[in-house]
Design a protein around this ligand. Structure first.
Ligand code: TXA
Ligand code: MG
Length: 388
C-alpha cells in the first residue's frame, strides 16, 4: 500500500505530481466538476491500477483528460479525419469545460482504459490546477472520479483523502470543485448525438451549437429498465452509484404536503431508532450540484441513517442533478400521497432490521483531519426526536 502524499498547488508540487504520473503512479487532482484519479492513459499497467484503487469493475471505461487540442487526434480513429464537424463545433464552444465527448478510438488507447469498447471518452478540463498538471505531465491522463466505487464523487480534498488514503501515490489539495457533479458525456459516434450522462452542459446548449436535436440516452429517461436487460452505452450507468452509507429517499411534494411527508418520514425513522436528516436545496440546481455529494458524505460522518432530499424540477441542469439524486436514492421517491400506514412502511422496517451501522471514517494517520471542523452545512437537520 503506497504512502499517500498530500501535495499543494505550488509549481514544484504540480511538477512532482506530473512525474508520478509519468512514472506510472496514481494522483488525485481537482477538476471543475469533481476530483479525478489520474494515471497515464497510454500506460496499461498504470491505468489498470486505477480500477484496483477504486474497487471499480473493469468493464467501466474511463475518461481521458487532455490539456491541449493537439493531444486529441492521436486518441481518435483516423486521427484528424476522425473528428467530425459537430465535434469541432462543440469543442470550440465548451472546451475547456465540463463536457466529455465519445469518439471512435485509435489503437494507442489501451483496452483497459476503454473497458474493451472501440470508443474513447475525452475531456479537456477548465480547472486551472488540472490544466497545469496535464500540461506538465505531457501525456493524456485517464481519470475516473476519485471515490471508492459506489460512493458519492469527491468534491473536496478531504473527501478524496477519506476514500483514497493509502491507495494512491498523491493527492493535490486543490480546494472545492465548482460544479460538483461530473461532466456531461456526449456520444458523437452514432447517427444522432446522444447524451449518455447528463451534466452541467445541457442538450439544449449543445443543440444550439450544432443545429440539430440532441437527445438523452433512453436509459436516462427510462430507469425502470434497470436490471438484467439493462445494457446502456455508458457502462457506468448500470452500477450502484453516489451512495452514502445512509439510506437516501427523495421527497417529491410541495408546501404543506412536503412538510407533512418530512414529518411522517422523520418520525417513522426515529421510531425505528434511526437518525434522519433532511437536505432541501430550495429548488436551486446549481447549489444542489455544488453541495450534494459533500453533504451526503458529511451526513455519513455525523452518523445519520436516513437522508431525505427534496427533489428539484427536471428542467435544464435540474435534470442532471436529479439524475444524481435519483441514483443515490436507488430511485426511491416518496410523493405527496405518502401515508405512514401504507405498504411503504414495511420497506422502512426491512431497512431498519438490516443492521445499519454508521461507519467511522477511516482517516487516521492524516494529521489534523479528525479535529477538522467540517462545519458550514446549510441543510435543515431533523434532530434527535425533535422534528422542525
Ligand atoms: O467530470 C468528470 O467527468 C469526472 C472528472 C474527474 O473528469 N470524471 C468522471 O469519470 O466522472 P468516471 O469514470 O467516474 O465516469 C465516466 C463515465 C462513466 O459513466 C463511463 O461509463 C462513461 O463515462 N464512459 C467512459 N468512456 C466511455 C465510452 N467510451 N463510451 C461510453 N461511455 C463512456
Ligand atoms: Mg464516477
Amino acid at each position: 500500500m503506497p504512502q499517500t502524499m498530500t501535495l499543494t498547488t505550488e509549481d514544484a508540487d504540480i511538477k512532482a505530481a506530473a512525474e508520478i504520473i509519468q512514472d506510472g503512479g496514481l494522483v488525485a487532482f481537482p477538476t471543475e466538476t469533481v476530483y479525478g484519479l489520474g494515471a497515464n492513459a497510454l500506460n496499461s499497467a498504470a491505468s489498470s491500477a486505477i480500477y484496483e484503487a477504486k474497487g471499480r469493475p473493469s468493464d467501466n471505461p474511463m475518461i481521458v483528460h487532455i490539456a491541449d487540442i493537439s493531444a486529441l487526434p492521436q486518441l481518435v480513429k483516423g486521427g484528424r479525419d476522425g473528428i467530425s464537424i459537430d465535434a469541432i463545433r462543440v469543442m470550440r464552444e465548451f472546451w475547456p469545460g465540463p463536457l466529455t465527448i465519445v469518439f471512435k478510438k485509435s489503437d494507442i488507447v489501451p483496452d483497459v482504459v476503454t473497458g474493451g469498447l472501440d470508443t474513447v471518452a475525452v475531456r479537456m478540463p477548465s480547472n486551472e490546477i488540472a490544466h497545469r498538471l496535464l500540461e506538465e505531465a505531457g501525456v493524456p491522463v485517464a481519470a475516473p472520479s476519485a471515490n471508492l466505487s459506489g460512493k458519492p464523487s469527491p468534491t473536496r480534498e478531504w473527501d478524496v483523502i477519506e476514500d483514497m488514503n493509502g491507495r494512491i501515490n498523491a493527492i493535490i489539495m486543490g480546494g472545492q470543485c465548482d460544479v460538483g457533479i461530473e461532466s456531461t458525456v456526449l456520444d458523437l459516434t452514432g447517427d444522432e448525438p446522444v447524451i449518455l450522462r447528463p451534466g452541467y452542459i445541457t442538450p439544449e446548449q449543445i443543440s444550439e451549437v450544432i443545429g440539430r436535436e440532441v437527445r438523452y440516452d433512453e436509459h436516462l429517461t427510462n430507469p425502470e429498465e434497470d436490471g438484467d436487460n439493462f445494457h446502456p452505452k455508458s457502462p457506468g450507468m448500470k452500477y450502484k452509484h453516489y451512495s452514502p452509507n445512509a439510506r437516501v429517499r427523495l421527497i417529491e411534494a410541495d408546501g404543506d404536503e412536503y412538510e407533512k411527508v418530512v414529518k411522517e418520514l422523520g418520525i417513522e425513522a426515529m421510531d425505528q431508532g434511526l437518525k434522519p436528516a433532511l437536505l432541501n436545496y430550495e429548488g436551486d440546481a446549481e447549489k444542489a450540484a455544488h453541495k450534494l455529494f459533500a453533504d451526503l458524505r458529511e451526513l455519513d460522518r455525523r452518523g445519520y441513517d436516513i437522508i431525505l432530499i427534496k427533489t428539484l424540477d427536471e428542467e435544464g441542469f435540474g435534470f442532471s442533478v436529479m439524475n444524481r439524486m435519483l441514483r443515490s436514492a436507488g430511485y426511491d421517491v416518496v410523493g405527496a400521497d405518502y401515508d405512514a400506514a401504507s405498504p411503504q412502511l414495511s420497506e422502512v422496517e426491512a431497512y431498519a432490521d438490516a443492521e445499519v451501522t454508521p461507519k467511522e471514517s477511516d482517516v487516521s494517520g492524516i494529521p489534523g483531519i479528525n479535529d477538522r471542523d467540517f462545519g458550514d452545512m446549510e441543510y435543515t437537520v431533523v434532530l434527535d426526536g425533535k422534528v422542525e
